[in-house]
Design a binder for this molecule. Structure first.
Ligand code: HEC
Length: 739
């Protein structure tokens, strides 16, 4: 199998010193040599599942409570409550919790994975869909597997080249790659057993970042791409052979073609006018799929509309099933049992793909089997998972797009005064497209009855695409974002809404039955990690400030914290080996939060060095302290900057570059902040943006999209923005010097 992950490791080293190496002009030669890695034989390697290692099956996951030392699937067991029975680390002992070991992930890109631990081995993923199997007691690498995702596939990813983890089942490890393959690996050696293309059209901008789920000999996987334009679906494959069992589309396709399955006929009635299928329609299942052994059901969390704007997507109105829905399927046939749509006629990117959890609860005097979700739209849902009946729907963050959920109809009551489609005017909306809660895992403690949500308030100004407003026609951009929203003129639009609140991030302890927030703690950034609950009454979360914190589950009191000097977005897990309990977490920011320039997370202060950190009582190690990485904006080049070019560049930048390089050119830690470009990079600007010299590392050529004049304008805008912030920086320095 070899260790092809070497290429990615090299890429990271280049990342960290990219400016300097670019200056020396040796980056492209290094990249060429690195991409020739020893890949021969990778795709011919045929193996079978391990007979002894990674022997997880459905019954074992069902009975996960009987082996609390393991973390057998994405959310620990099928219920995905992320509540561990382990109690060695508790309110009393936690003062002795120390780093036991760390593993360098060799990346400065986002780390989102939830590791799996089985019988002493930890399986986890890194950026670019690379898998690592490590000794869960020491962190020593056992094997690694790099699927060699092509660098230019990164352009199809809305939100960084992240991956949320693998599934382990009957001696095999299942990985879904950014470029849409589902791979089965031998759990003992990392050798490929089979590999299938899950994409219906490889030319479309599909990506996969989710962890597959497994049950009863099937592995389930969806995909993402709704921002750029795709049609969502989920496929079930045979775990042994990789053969396709069934496929469930979440939105209707071209009305001139036959329906793929009867549910599409039902859905098509709720789409009216427009030509959504040309863009894709959306409804991607890019994160949560949950299997319920009690009712033998698989639940899909379905994503937003593509394009976002409903007047473009479905001008005649309609709910647009099954966008933003929880869909319950028979796992054996893929036939729908029921669905519940959280956001009918979605127009805000309100995915219902957020992690779902199963629980048994007494509600209004009746025992109920429920499924719970805090989707992006800001309401927390409790549904009867046998029938889909809506039991509770209360806001868990500030919401202004709807006033409430009507419990009789089960539908949200939209706030007309915020309707940017009907009014033809821009409006700021809460939650924004990052959601009141995103993919970051929440957890549930059955003893407190509280759900611990990594919640946020991150509004956005929405306005319908000005071309569409003027002409009634939408111009589809192949290979670009197709939201139908005015991203290009976002800066002036923000200027029109000075009352829009700033981004905020919290951990909230939310009571799903009363809808009350029991306690909340505010963080200094909105982009924070998932949560872990334990039977010892603790809640763990890593945050954007760089701290990994344990809270008292009942009171929210901070009982322990450690500075990791890196922002966290991944969820912690816990396991035990030889009588010792461990808590593990990947640190390293990235993902959709790439666009936040309003706060300075730890990763921007200290560098975004991706690691796995593993703690235990008296672990004996400490986290390396890091110096504040006070990176100054270098003096930008003196260029002739014409107002017209800057304006055009601003629009082009925010339509094409902003999703990776940040709003107003304020970059995140995971990718280069373009205000910091060196003189040489400025000189190479066109070779990078049109010539694609950094393509191997995720910075594709945009020659298909932008003319030379566009790129000159974008450059002018970036330089103008750099001068603005450079002058503020220099003035502040002078002030300090004068004191
Ligand atoms: C899909 C994400 C993505 C998009 C969209 C994107 N970039 Fe990049 N860009 C990257 C990555 C990743 C790198 C860093 C590559 C590396 O590791 O050197 C980068 C690096 C760069 C660099 C080199 C910066 C330096 O200091 O080394 C420039 C210049 C640049 N991008 C310009 C642009 C422009 C202009 C646009 C819009 C036309 C754009 N990028 C759009 C991902 C993106």
């Amino acid at each position: 199998m070899g260790h092809p992950s070497f290429t990615r490791k090299q890429a990271t080293i280049i990342n960290v010193v990219a400016g300097g190496l670019l200056a020396l002009g040796i980056v492209s030669s290094m990249m060429q040599s690195s991409s020739e890695g020893g890949l021969s034989g990778l795709f011919s390697a045929k193996s079978s599942a391990s007979a002894s290692i990674g022997q997880i099956d459905t019954d074992r996951i069902i009975a996960a409570d009987s082996e609390p030392g393991n973390w057998l699937s994405y959310g620990r067991d099928y219920g995905e409550q992320r509540h561990s029975p382990l109690t060695q680390i508790n309110a009393k002992s936690i003062k002795d919790l120390e780093l036991a070991f760390s593993v360098d992930m060799y990346t400065t890109r986002g780390l989102e994975a939830s590791p799996i631990v089985v019988d002493g081995i930890m399986y986890m993923t890194s950026s670019w869909s690379v898998v690592y199997a490590v000794d869960a007691k020491t962190g020593d690498e056992i094997w690694s597997y790099d699927p060699e995702v092509p660098g230019d596939w990164a352009r199809k990813a809305c939100c960084d080249v992240v991956n949320r983890g693998v599934a382990v089942y009957e001696g095999a490890v299942f990985l879904a790659t950014l470029d849409g393959y589902l791979v089965s690996l031998n759990a003992e050696t990392g050798e490929e057993i089979w590999r299938v293309n899950t994409l219906i059209d490889r030319k479309r901008p599909y990506t996969i970042t989710a962890a597959p789920r497994v049950a009863n000999g099937r592995v389930f996987i969806g995909n993402g791409g709704g921002e750029l334009g795709v049609r969502g679906y989920v496929t079930a494959y045979d775990t042994q052979t990789g053969e396709q069992d069934w496929r469930f589309y979440t939105v209707p396709g071209d009305p001139n073609l036959p329906f793929e399955h009867p549910e599409m006929e039902e859905a098509a009635k709720t789409w009216k006018g427009g030509e959504w299928w040309k863009i894709g329609g959306g409804g991607t299942v890019w994160n949560s799929i949950v299997y319920d052994p009690d009712t033998d059901t698989v639940f899909l969390g379905v994503g937003n509309g593509s394009p976002w704007t409903r007047t473009i997507r479905s001008p005649g109105g309609g709910d647009n099933l099954f966008l933003s829905s929880i869909v319950a399927l028979d796992p054996n046939t893929g036939v729908k049992k029921w669905h519940y749509q959280t956001t009918p006629g979605d127009t805000w990117d309100y995915t219902a793909v957020q992690d779902m959890m199963l629980a048994d609860m007494e509600i209004d005097g009746k025992p109920r089997k429920v499924i719970m979700q805090a989707p992006k739209n800001g309401f927390f849902y409790v549904l009867d998972r046998e029938t889909g009946e809506l039991l509770r729907a209360n806001p868990y963050v500030t919401v202004n797009w709807a006033t409430h959920i009507d419990m009789d109809t089960g539908r949200p009551v939209e706030n007309d005064s915020r309707d940017f489609n009907k009014s033809g005017k821009s409006k700021w909306i809460l939650p924004g497209p990052l959601g009141g809660h995103n993919w970051m895992a929440m957890s549930f403690n059955p003893n407190t009855g509280l759900v611990y949500i990594p919640a946020m308030e991150s509004p956005l100004v929405f306005d319908v695409d000005h071309d569409f407003k003027a002409t009634g026609r939408y111009k589809y951009i192949e290979g670009g974002w197709n939201t139908g929203i005015e991203f290009g003129r976002l800066l002036p639009l923000l200027g029109e809404h000075p009352d829009m609140p700033a981004n905020k991030g919290y951990i909230t302890a939310f009571d799903p039955l009363t809808g009350k927030t029991h306690w909340m703690r505010e963080h200094s950034t909105h982009w924070n990690g998932g949560t872990l609950s334990t039977e010892a009454g603790l809640v763990f979360q890593g945050n954007g400030d760089g701290y990994f914190v344990a809270y008292d589950a009942e009171t929210g009191e901070e009982v322990w914290k450690v500075n990791t000097y890196t922002s966290t977005i991944a969820p912690p897990i816990t396991y035990a080996i030889d009588g010792e309990q461990y808590v593990a977490i990947q640190v390293g920011s990235g993902g959709a939060g790439l666009t936040d320039g309003s706060t300075t997370p730890a990763s921007s202060k200290y560098g975004n060095f991706g690691r796995l950190l593993v703690f235990k009582l008296n672990g004996g190690q400490s986290i390396e302290e890091r110096e504040h990485w006070a990176r100054e904006i270098p003096e930008p080049p003196k260029m002739e900057l014409k107002a017209e070019a800057i304006d055009h560049g601003m629009e082009q930048y925010h339509e094409v570059c902003t999703f990776c390089h940040g709003i107003a050119v304020i970059g995140s830690a995971a990718l280069p902040d373009l205000r910091h470009m060196s003189e040489q990079t400025h000189r190479m600007f066109k070779e990078i943006v049109l010539g694609g010299v950094l393509e191997d590392r995720g910075m594709s050529s945009f020659a298909d999209r932008l003319s030379e004049k566009d790129v000159d304008s974008i450059h002018a805008f970036i330089v103008a923005r750099s001068w603005q912030d450079y002058e503020v920086q220099e003035a502040a320095k002078k002030k300090v010097a004068a004191k």
